[in-house]
Write a protein that binds this ligand. Structure first.
Ligand code: AMP
Length: 402
């Protein structure tokens, strides 16, 4: 019988899932349960090779939500397994593991305590992640549950890159430091890039650009992250769909005073109303901004330039820190599909050895090298697969329990 892993990603009002058959490494079902705990709950379930099914049913909480997901997975018509015994392990995406986890772990009471201890530094993400774990454990008590952390891959950063120039007590007392996020994605594309380079990952220097609605860059030396753009929270670094990324911290106090905001309001403002949305005044979606820019909208054009400029700064800085670079990788929604943005990022970088072939770059969502033959640095487009990383770690840890 094949070894199926259920991959779960719980947000405050959503549950994303995928079932992966570890023999073939292929997804056999995926889905999204939206509006959990709010009226209008809707499950969109997609069994591989079959039509998607939409189920509307109000559900009070994550346990009821997971119950519906599991019923759907074994449903005689649109299910993908005969019974839940065919799901051998569950992998949970957990955003913050603090300094405790540099790799994925079997979930024990102690691990749950650490996830809870990190509520303070990840108030939006860790509470729903833990809720999802507890809901799944109550419904599937006899299989191993594994936590895969967004922060884990970045734990190899040296202190000179993860420390802020703040009074040291803040680190000692509250663990204020750079953590970095999107770790599973940066890890996956690093491994794929090394394979495309035809070298052991230990002999590579790679810059990975995860450009989605949230966006981050990582500098990876020999398979280990040495620096990344997201920081204490996912607000730092690149310009994102709705997040500002890097700004002068003094602007925070200035806006609080001018717009009469408290800490929660300014936090929400910089996370939800800023970034490409705030600057363009159009949308957080780069397809809309790209269309507006092409139609001559000046603010949309400026937004793209600010976005691209920030990415360029990080590429330049990371090449300096890595003291070299074999490949730059574009991944996530915009990285995989944003042809003009990729071109703008790589334009006028030939001094650094980055030369894109505009013809090869006309591609979406496919693993490919889009650099010219004579480019010193390879430029890869690599579709990310965070679920496969979560499923693989879960499988490996589950096998050790046998
Ligand atoms: P993600 O968070 O990885 O799902 O990425 C979502 C973002 O990718 C969207 O907000 C868009 O800005 C961007 N995106 C997706 N498809 C395209 C496309 N065809 N062209 C430009 N941007 C895209």
């Amino acid at each position: 019988m094949s070894f199926n892993v259920l991959v779960v990603n719980c947000g405050s009002s959503s549950i994303k899932y995928q079932v992966i058959d570890m023999d073939s490494k292929q997804e056999i079902a995926s889905g999204l349960l939206d509006r959990v705990g709010i009226p209008g709950t809707v499950l969109t379930h997609k069994p591989e090779g079959k039509e998607k099914t939409v189920i509307e049913k109000d559900l009070p909480d994550h346990t009821a939500g997971m119950q519906l997901v599991l019923e759907t997975l074994v449903h005689p018509e649109y299910g993908v397994v005969k019974d839940l015994g065919e799901i051998k392990a569950v992998g949970h995406r957990v955003v913050h593991g603090g300094e405790h986890f540099a790799e994925s772990v079997l979930i024990t009471d102690e691990v749950k305590k650490v996830i809870r201890d990190c509520f303070d530094i990840a108030p939006l993400h860790n509470p729903p992640n833990l809720m999802g774990i507890e809901a799944c454990q109550s419904l599937m008590p006899n299989v191993p549950h594994v936590a895969v952390f967004d922060t884990a891959f970045h734990q190899t950063m040296p202190p000179e890159n993860f420390m802020y120039a703040l009074p040291y007590e803040l680190y000692e007392k509250y663990k204020v430091r750079r953590y970095g996020f999107h770790g599973t994605s940066h890890y996956y594309v690093t491994q794929r890039a090394a394979a495309l380079l035809g070298k052991p990952v230990e002999q590579t220097k790679i810059i990975t650009l995860h450009l989605g609605n949230g966006a981050s860059v990582a500098a990876v030396d020999g398979g280990k992250v040495i620096d990344t753009s997201m920081g204490f929270t996912p607000l730092e670094g690149l310009v994102m769909g709705t997040r500002s990324g890097d700004i002068d911290p003094a602007i925070v106090f200035f806006i609080m005073e001018k717009l009469n905001m408290g800490p929660a309001e300014i936090n929400n403002y910089l996370n939800k109303k800023a970034g490409a949305l705030g600057l363009s005044g159009i949308s957080n979606d780069f397809r809309d901004i790209g269309d507006a820019a092409a139609a001559g909208d000046k603010r949309a054009q400026l937004t793209l330039k600010v976005y691209v400029n920030r990415v360029k700064s990080y590429i330049g800085g990371y090449i300096a820190k890595l003291n070299g670079c074999d490949a730059i990788v574009f991944t996530a929604g915009l990285g995989e599909n944003g042809i003009p943005i990729r071109q703008m990022i790589c334009d006028n970088m030939d001094f650094l050895g980055i030369k894109m072939d505009p013809e090869k770059n006309k591609v979406r969502g496919k693993e490919i090298d889009v650099a010219t033959e004579d480019s010193k640095i390879r430029i890869f487009v690599i579709p990310t697969n965070e679920e496969l990383v979560i499923a693989t770690d879960t499988y490996n840890i589950a096998m050790k329990q046998k």
